[in-house]
Design a protein around this ligand. Structure first.
Ligand code: SF4
Length: 281
């Protein structure tokens, strides 16, 4: 893909988040970016996709933000790591996109999910957009690694009906090797969501040879069960759909020869979560 994509030549809506998108916000002056982040009046989005049945309850519209502070070895969307790869979108425009779908989302018991990238890199924009969605009667969900959860005040948590919390691994050192960062802020955010009575769906990516240690999974399960607000756990099998993005971006990819987990391995991980009394799929 050309590095000189005209800004308004790229539609906000994408067929899937696996479209490679780069440099869509690169011409925006640095001061505008800083103002956008400080006010939340504008956000950076890879795209909007519609019709998702896997990003929260019902059928959902998903906004994919750009910008992430982690570097997960299995990331499916490394083009979303850099904020300026995204399209600069005014919060009103993003809300108008949602307005188009609000009746259908209600009929399909769905809603709006903000994913990424890491949406809390743009927490003010996220909260403004969630509040606009809720004002239209749209259910809101945030998919996050939780690392910047402390940026949200307690009243802001109420703009989020459900948190899809990605818990990657328990062991500190292995978590750092996988993501580049400590797991502790994610756990702190999970505890805070529990204290505030905000529901969580835990998402756990199962990667053979990387995140399939039974003891590590059991520790995540035990932690999740102790919270009391985890409604379900989703074990997501690793896949290679994002591999081509690493190649196109010229980023060394270490999981080239890693296979998706077997059905048995996924079932075993699900059993470890269920053993702690959790609802897991
Ligand atoms: S937290 Fe998500 S977006 Fe960020 S690097 Fe990890 S998988 Fe990719």
């Amino acid at each position: 893909m050309s590095e000189n994509i005209a800004l308004d030549a790229t539609p906000l809506e994408a067929a899937s988040p696996y479209e490679l998108r780069i440099n869509l916000g690169k011409n925006l002056p640095e001061t505008d970016i800083r103002t956008a982040l400080a006010t939340g009046d504008m956000g950076f989005l890879h795209s909007f996709t519609t019709g998702s049945a896997v990003d929260g309850p019902g059928i959902r519209v998903v906004g994919w933000t750009t910008g992430c502070m982690w570097r997960c070895l299995y990331c499916h969307n490394p083009d979303t790591w850099t904020m300026s790869n995204g399209i600069p979108v005014a919060v009103e425009r993003a809300a108008e996109e949602l307005r188009k779908y609000r009746r259908g989302l209600k009929v399909m018991s769905g809603g709006f999910t903000l994913s990424g990238g890491e949406p809390l890199m743009q927490h003010r924009f996220a909260v403004k957009l969630f509040r606009a969605a809720q004002a239209m009667g749209i259910h809101t969900a945030l998919e996050t690694n939780g690392y910047y959860g402390d940026k949200l005040g307690d009243p802001e948590l109420e703009a989020i009906d459900l948190v899809l919390l990605d818990i990657k691994m328990w062991d500190e050192e292995r978590h750092r090797r996988l993501t580049g960062m400590s797991p502790e802020p994610t756990r702190t955010f999970a505890r805070r969501l529990a204290a505030n009575g905000r529901p969580i769906w835990v998402r756990f990516v199962l990667v053979p040879g990387l995140s399939d240690d039974a003891d590590d999974i059991s520790r995540i399960a035990s932690f999740a069960a102790s919270l009391g607000n985890v409604e379900r756990v989703e074990v997501l099998p690793f896949h290679q759909l994002g591999h081509f993005k690493w190649q196109k971006l010229g980023i060394p990819y270490r999981l080239e020869h890693t296979q998706p987990p077997t059905v048995d391995a996924v079932n075993q991980a699900v059993r470890l979560f269920r053993a702690e009394g959790l609802t897991a799929f």
